[in-house]
Design a protein around this ligand. Structure first.
Ligand SMILES: Cc1cc2nc3c(=O)[nH]c(=O)nc-3n(C[C@H](O)[C@H](O)[C@H](O)COP(=O)(O)OP(=O)(O)OC[C@H]3O[C@@H](n4cnc5c(N)ncnc54)[C@H](O)[C@@H]3O)c2cc1C
Length: 271
């Protein structure tokens, strides 16, 4: 069945129920006029129906494939092409800060686009979804140096992001994490530990993956108060060197099989 975006329902909810027709009155969102919002809804609907939905069934039938020799993960047929179209259309930049190449549109509008993307292929939508989380975390908490190094490429979709929280012995209670961060002489950290269930931990959609990893510094308390967050890229941006962050296998799931859910081993990786 061909997906048809509920464009009129979305317009009704945004304009008549939520008052999004007034967003452009805010200085920050002057560009977000009802006409522009409406055009974005229509374009996203077309993208979802014509580019994203055709990858859904094949994604779940084929799933991702793991190569234990190279630690690489291959996504299902069509995922790379669809992701590239998504990136070329500027969809990864929709609500991202202007300063780093984003379009600065309201997050409300991104929710609408997410709704359509996730309705047509949740597996594919999770790659830019996790990237969006990494962008938000870096933008809110990263140093200027980290922001300058990573944000533009994440926002353009050239690189993707992950969140590496869960470990074999803990999911909800992250105070129990065992991943460790030991200070290096150059101000970086050596990250050692295993994470499980990491969405987009390894895949072939882009050349670099920026992992945001929860780990503990030496002497940190054994509770959530002892947790720090480290940026651990798959490929080090300054040298182009492969970092020691490797996929150890794929989790077996009942659905969303086109989403690479990975075991990630950090073997003294530079963070
Ligand atoms: C498809 C998928 C993708 C994922 N992607 C990521 C990812 O990208 N990065 C990442 O880090 N993790 C990811 N996860 C892991 C996810 O974050 C964990 O599964 C989640 O945090 C729950 O942890 P757990 O599975 O260990 O369950 P548990 O912590 O064992 O919880 C089991 C049950 O007990 C309940 N429970 C636990 N503690 C308490 C408490 N103190 N009081 C009351 N009830 C409690 C929970 O609500 C739950 O119902 C993913 C998981 C899935 C299924």
């Amino acid at each position: 069945m061909q997906y048809q975006a509920p464009a009129n329902d979305l317009r009704f909810l945004l304009f008549d129920v939520l008052g999004a027709d007034k967003l452009h009155e805010l200085e920050k969102y002057a560009d977000a006029t009802p006409d522009l919002i409406s055009a974005v809804i229509d374009e996203a609907g077309k993208l979802a129906a014509e580019v994203i939905q055709p990858t859904n069934q094949v994604g779940d039938r084929q799933g991702c494939q793991y190569n234990p020799e190279t630690h690489e993960v291959t996504t299902p047929d069509g995922f790379r092409e669809a992701y590239t179209r998504f990136v070329e259309g500027g969809w990864t930049a929709l609500d991202a800060p202007l300063q780093y190449g984003g379009q600065g549109l309201p997050h409300t509008l991104k929710f609408v686009v997410d709704e359509m993307v996730c309705s047509t292929n949740l597996s594919l939508g999770m790659y830019p979804g996790l990237t969006h989380g990494a962008i938000s975390a870096l933008y809110a908490h990263g140093s200027e140096e980290l922001k300058d190094t990573y944000l533009e490429k994440l926002i353009s979709g050239q690189w993707t992001g992950t969140m590496c929280l869960t470990e074999p012995q803990c999911g909800t209670d992250l105070g129990l994490i065992r991943t460790r961060a030991a200070p290096n002489d150059d101000g970086s950290y050596a990250i050692e530990g295993t994470k499980i269930w990491i969405t987009g931990g390894e895949h072939d959609l882009v050349d670099n993956i920026v992992h945001l990893v929860l780990a503990k510094l030496p002497g940190a308390p054994d509770t959530t108060k002892g947790i720090s967050l480290f940026v651990v890229p798959k490929v080090l941006p300054d040298t182009g060197e492969r970092n020691r962050a490797f996929c150890g296998g794929l989790e077996h799931k009942m659905g969303i099989k086109g989403s690479a859910t990975c075991v990630m081993n950090f073997e003294g990786a530079k963070g």
